[in-house]
Design a protein around this ligand. Structure first.
Ligand SMILES: NC(=O)c1ccc[n+]([C@@H]2O[C@H](COP(=O)([O-])OP(=O)(O)OC[C@H]3O[C@@H](n4cnc5c(N)ncnc54)[C@H](O)[C@@H]3O)[C@@H](O)[C@H]2O)c1
Length: 352
């Protein structure tokens, strides 16, 4: 099988490319490297993973056979999509259309990497696929949430025209190859713990998240590529954890004596997130296998082997905090996870 993976040089994309290559598929990784890194797939390039530097918001052509297109290209962490708002809307809309066109031209299976963010700040808990969500269309996070909602709509419309499309709604995923300074809660806590810096918790820390280890997630992505399921299917670990519990776990696993610091909660920060995974279990036989303790141990190990990147990220996190403090004119202009951002962007930089 020959699979095109858009966004294949990113965190999830590179693990997907690796899983496909390891089972003998040929892979074409199409990526503009805006948030991804070539080093994520460097080790796969002699194993049948071809890299094409391409912005998928431009027409996408791939010669030769294409059996499946997995569309993962999109900035995914809040600092990234707030820094790239128009690009995020473009890749969710035009980018998805181009990836769908490519799949249709080749009669290939198409899988959209959608997100739990389509549920916004959910009024229904836990989140099942019939729930339509609670998204502020002009809120700071809307560039990402609405782009993905459009991506789901256009994917569904293509299915209406007999294209073999499927939608996976991915919940928070973590693991090796997350960028240490990507602003997500798992990477930020690990960086802070390994550097002896205080762990930054927004709000009381009682807001919950569910964290899926990357290997589990990729197993589901591959099963979705191999199936003809339409979805949408939630995919994520249904074990719910408060952000405060996560901080404690990271402290235990790293053996760090860092303190935990509390800051005001950002605007539109979802308070609860947990997937109902009955559908994906029934449709694909998928359920998570890696515990949060084991997944965090593997992730901490990966970060600990990169002390320079961790030190740089710790510095950026500290800079974000003190930079925000310096310019903070009002209570709702909040410190950020990874890098100094303008005040409007800080308000959206939730703990994801
Ligand atoms: N990581 C998660 O927890 C999570 C959760 C929900 C959904 N997702 C979705 O999974 C996908 C991958 O997320 P990730 O965490 O690996 O993020 P990432 O930023 O590591 O990877 C995204 C990749 O897309 C590439 N890209 C962005 N715009 C592009 C464009 N116009 N043309 C070509 N390439 C482009 C980037 O360079 C990067 O390699 C995204 O679509 C994201 O929305 C991720």
């Amino acid at each position: 099988m020959r699979v095109v993976v858009t966004g294949g040089a990113g965190f999830l994309g590179s693990h997907l490319c690796e899983a496909l290559v390891r089972r003998g598929d040929a892979v074409v990784c199409a990526d503009d490297l805006s948030t991804g890194r070539l080093e994520n797939i460097e080790h796969l390039r002699h194993l049948g993973c071809e890299f094409v530097r391409a912005d998928v918001t431009m027409p996408l052509e791939v010669s030769g056979t294409v059996d499946a297109v997995a569309h993962l290209a999109s900035p995914a962490s809040p600092p990234d999509y707030l820094r790239l708002p128009l690009e995020t809307l473009a890749v969710g809309s035009r980018g998805t259309e181009n990836a769908l066109r490519l799949a249709t031209q080749h009669g290939a299976r198409f899988v959209l990497a959608s997100t739990s963010e389509v549920y916004g700040d959910p009024l229904v808990h836990p989140q099942h696929e019939e729930y339509w969500g609670n998204v502020n269309p002009i809120g700071p996070r809307s560039v990402y949430d609405e782009a993905k909602r459009y991506a789901e709509a256009v994917t569904t419309a293509y299915r209406g025209r007999r294209a073999n499309t499927g939608i996976l709604r991915i919940f928070n995923t973590y693991g090796p190859r997350m960028r240490p300074c990507d602003g997500r809660v798992v990477s930020s806590f690990i960086v802070q713990a390994l550097s002896g810096e205080p762990l930054t918790v927004y709000g009381s820390g009682d807001q919950t998240r569910s964290f899926c280890y990357v290997d589990d997630l990729v197993r589901g992505l591959v099963a979705m590529i191999d199936s003809a399921e339409a979805g949408p299917l939630n995919i994520g670990n249904p074990q719910e954890l408060t952000v405060r519990e996560l901080a404690q776990l990271v402290l235990e696993i790293t053996g760090s004596s860092s303190a935990v610091e509390y800051h005001p909660l950002p605007q539109n920060d979802p308070t609860r997130r947990r997937p109902v995974v009955t559908r994906v279990r029934d449709a694909l036989g998928w359920s998570p296998e890696v515990s949060i303790e084991e997944g965090l141990r593997r992730t901490v190990q990966w970060f600990a082997a990169r002390p320079d990147a961790v030190a740089a990220a710790a510095l950026a996190l500290r800079g974000g905090q003190s930079g925000a403090d310096r310019v903070r004119p009002a209570a709702d202009q909040l410190p950020v996870q990874a890098q100094p951002l303008p005040a409007t962007e800080q308000a959206a930089s939730a703990q994801v």
